[in-house]
Design a protein around this ligand. Structure first.
Ligand SMILES: CC[C@H](C(=O)O)C(=O)SCCNC(=O)CCNC(=O)[C@H](O)C(C)(C)COP(=O)(O)OP(=O)(O)OC[C@H]1O[C@@H](n2cnc3c(N)ncnc32)[C@H](O)[C@@H]1OP(=O)(O)O
Ligand SMILES: [Co+2]
Length: 139
C-alpha cells in the first residue's frame, strides 16, 4: 500500500490562539479554522490552512491527553506527528500490521478531527516519527 497526500503536520502547542497569530504574522498563513475541543480524543484542535496541506495545532485537554506528556517534554511545543491520507483505512491498518508495525490503541480506526477514521503508527516503526493515517476525505 502506498500512502497518499500529506494531509497535515500535527504541532503540539501550549496556546493555539497564540500559535495561530505566529503562523499569520510570520508566514502569512492567515486562514485558520475555529478552535474546537474533542474531549473524547483529549485534544483541542485548530487547522492553519496552507497551499498544499495544513498545520494541525494541538493543545492537550487534561492530564490523560496523548499530547500532555509530549508538551511536558517540549513545553514550548513541537512537531508531534505527520498525517497521510489513505484510500482505505481498514486495508491500511491491516497492511501496517502485516508489515509488523504497531497500530496504536485498540487498532480500530476512530473518527478524528476531520470527521473521518484515523489510526496511529508507533514512532518506533517510523524512524522516531509518530504517523497518523486517515481515510481520504471525499473531495
Ligand atoms: C485524532 C485527532 C487528531 C486528528 O488529526 O484528527 C489528532 O491528530 S490527535 C493527536 C494526538 N493523539 C495521538 O497522538 C494518539 C496516538 N498517540 C499515542 O498513542 C501516544 O502519544 C504515544 C504512544 C505515541 C506516546 O505515548 P506516551 O507519550 O504516553 O508514551 P511515552 O511518553 O512513554 O513515549 C513512548 C516513546 O515514544 C516517544 N514519543 C512519544 N510521543 C511521540 C511523538 N509525538 N513523536 C515521536 N516520538 C514520540 C517517546 O519519546 C518515547 O520514546 P522512548 O525512546 O521510548 O523514550
Ligand atoms: Co492529526
Amino acid at each position: 500500500m502506498q500512502v497518499g497526500r500529506l494531509n497535515h503536520v500535527g504541532v503540539a502547542v501550549p496556546d493555539i490562539e497564540a500559535a495561530k497569530q505566529t503562523y499569520a504574522n510570520l508566514y502569512g498563513a492567515t486562514e485558520a479554522t475555529e478552535t474546537r475541543d474533542f474531549p473524547h480524543l483529549g485534544v483541542r484542535v485548530a487547522f492553519v490552512k496552507l497551499a498544499n496541506s495544513e498545520i494541525e495545532l494541538l493543545e492537550p485537554l487534561g492530564a490523560t491527553s496523548p499530547v500532555h506528556k509530549f508538551l511536558e517534554r517540549n513545553p514550548k511545543g513541537g512537531q508531534h506527528h505527520l498525517c497521510f491520507e489513505v484510500p482505505d483505512i481498514i486495508a491500511a491498518r491491516d497492511d501496517m500490521r502485516a508489515k509488523g508495525a504497531t497500530v496504536l490503541g485498540t487498532g480500530e480506526p476512530y473518527v478524528g478531527a476531520h470527521g473521518v477514521p484515523v489510526i496511529f503508527i508507533h514512532p518506533k516503526d517510523s524512524c522516531g516519527l509518530l504517523i497518523e493515517l486517515m481515510q481520504e476525505p471525499a473531495r
